[in-house]
Structure formats: structure tokens, C-alpha cells
Design a protein around this ligand. Structure first.
Ligand code: UDP
Length: 265
């Protein structure tokens, strides 16, 4: 046996399927699987603002793994299979529906600006919005009419997506409330998963502090990507706090602000 032969395909030889702003997708070990790699890159305002924040990818890999695993456990289908290492997870290959599904519980961000509602105002009920996933156009908000007219999803698929979004919102709201965090809003993406001739819609991409607004219940401190968008600093510390509260990182795993995050593989 050649002891110098690597056990895994080196990163450079793996086939890269897609590279996005914060993640890379590689070909998976079996047909129908992919490897999702979390980078440290942070972007905002349609990529006009960009930075590399050491440790962010490792934290998002862990937090998203935790959330997707819990969703799988309660019967909300997701693309997640298992974590592979600090930055990578094995996922099922799905056909991504080109929509960002935003669920809001409290007014913030673009909703607060667009409708002139003060940030932090509780909404009368949870609101679902759709943005068309297109970087060149800056992810414009679209209605169900646009979605069905342009064939991005069928009316039945929109119903399924909205039912999934409500379940994810209810689950996440409770999960975060239990650890003293208010889920203000979040973005999720869905994909079509084929099993033989049957197709079902599953939750895909990631759910992490990059794609949620998370406020501390008592102080209203922001524990999410708004720290980057608004140049507040302390992003890794905030994401670490979220991971710790969820019980993902143990108390002594990483002292606040002390270099790269240690994560158990
Ligand atoms: N969001 C996201 N990716 C995007 C745009 C928004 O993950 O490209 C998330 C964002 O973190 C927030 C929610 O979607 O939790 C609603 O964002 P909003 O429409 O208010 O836009 P923003 O103010 O973040 O540009």
C-alpha cells in the first residue's frame, strides 16, 4: 500500500460545481450528493461590500448543520446529510428554485425602509416575501404572479414552499426563544429533490446568522450579519455566542475574541 496516497481527494482535484459568495459546492462522493464548503467571505449590498472574516465559515457550518439536523428530526425535509469536517457538509443534490424566501416576524432591514415602519416593531403576523435570485438584478422582490408567470415555480410548489417556510419559522422562533434570542427574520432557499419519479420540495442552502436576524431578547444586541452590514464589528464573537447558546460549542471551547474558532470534528 502506498502510504503517501491521500485518503481523500485533495481539494484542488475535486470537481467544483459552483462557487458563490460565501460557499463552494463540490462534486460529492456518490451520485446525487454534493459537498457544501463554507468560506470566510462576507458580502453585503449586492457584493459592493466584501471582507474575509476568519472563523465565520466554520461557525456557519456548525450552526447550519445543527438547524438542518433538527429540522430533519422533526420531519421538515432538508438537503442536509451530515457534516464532513470543520468547513464542509455532505448534502443531497437538488435543483435550486431561484427564489429567496424571506419570513419576517419583526420589522427590520428592507421592510422597515420600504414601508417606513420603525425597526423592532412586532408585525401583526408573520409575513412571507419572495425575492428573485439574480445577483445582476440585485435580488428584486417578486410576487406569486411573477413566479408562476415566468415559470420559476408552480402554484402547488409555492403552496409547499410557504407551508415549509411557516414550519421552519415556528420551529426556529421557538428554538431561539429558548436561548434568549428573538428571530426577527430569516431567508431560506428551497430545492426540488427527486427520489425515483417522485419530486418533493426540501429546504436547501444554509440557515445561519448570515441569513437570519437574531436579536438578544433583553439587550436587543444584534447577533447576526447586520454587524458586518453596519460596520459594528464583533461578528465572530456574536456568531460564537449563538453557537454556544445552542449548545454547539462548549463553554471552554473558545475564549471570546481569541483567534480562530476551535470546533470538534
Ligand atoms: N437575506 C439574506 N440574503 C440576502 C438578502 C437578505 O440572507 O441576499 C436575509 C437577511 O439576513 C435578513 C432577511 O433575509 O435576515 C431579510 O432581509 P432584508 O430583505 O431586510 O434585506 P437586507 O436589509 O438584509 O438587505
Amino acid at each position: 500500500m502506498d502510504i503517501n496516497k491521500p485518503r481523500y481527494t485533495p481539494m484542488s482535484r475535486r470537481r467544483r460545481i459552483y462557487e458563490g459568495k460565501a460557499k463552494i459546492l463540490y462534486e460529492g462522493p456518490e451520485p446525487g450528493t454534493l459537498i457544501q464548503h463554507f468560506k470566510d467571505d462576507a458580502t453585503a449590498f449586492n457584493s459592493k461590500k466584501h471582507d474575509v472574516i476568519e472563523g465565520k465559515g466554520v461557525l456557519n457550518n456548525r450552526i447550519s448543520e445543527y438547524i438542518f439536523q433538527r429540522l430533519n428530526d422533526i420531519g421538515v425535509p432538508t438537503h442536509f446529510m451530515r457534516r464532513l469536517n470543520m468547513r464542509e457538509q455532505l448534502i443531497r443534490e437538488v435543483e435550486i428554485i431561484p427564489l429567496e424566501v424571506v419570513v419576517r416576524n419583526v420589522a427590520a432591514g428592507s421592510l422597515a425602509t420600504r414601508l417606513g415602519i420603525e425597526e423592532g416593531t412586532q408585525l401583526p403576523r408573520s409575513i412571507i416575501e419572495f425575492n428573485y435570485k439574480n445577483d445582476q438584478l440585485g435580488h428584486p422582490m417578486v410576487s406569486e404572479e411573477h413566479i408562476t408567470a415566468f415559470g420559476w415555480a408552480t402554484p402547488q410548489e409555492i403552496d409547499d414552499i410557504m407551508a415549509l417556510a411557516i414550519r421552519v419559522n415556528d420551529f426556529l422562533s421557538g428554538l431561539f426563544l429558548g436561548v434568549g434570542i428573538r428571530l426577527v427574520d430569516f431567508k431560506m432557499e428551497c430545492g426540488r429533490l427527486w427520489e425515483n419519479d417522485l419530486m418533493r420540495i426540501v429546504v436547501a442552502d444554509e440557515i445561519s446568522p448570515d441569513s437570519c436576524r437574531l436579536w438578544d431578547i433583553k439587550s436587543n444586541d444584534k447577533l447576526d450579519k447586520d454587524r458586518f452590514r453596519r460596520d459594528m464589528g464583533g461578528l465572530v464573537e456574536a456568531y460564537t455566542d449563538v453557537a454556544r447558546r445552542l449548545g454547539i460549542l462548549s463553554e471552554n471551547e473558545r475564549p471570546q475574541g481569541a483567534g480562530p474558532v476551535l470546533v470538534k470534528s
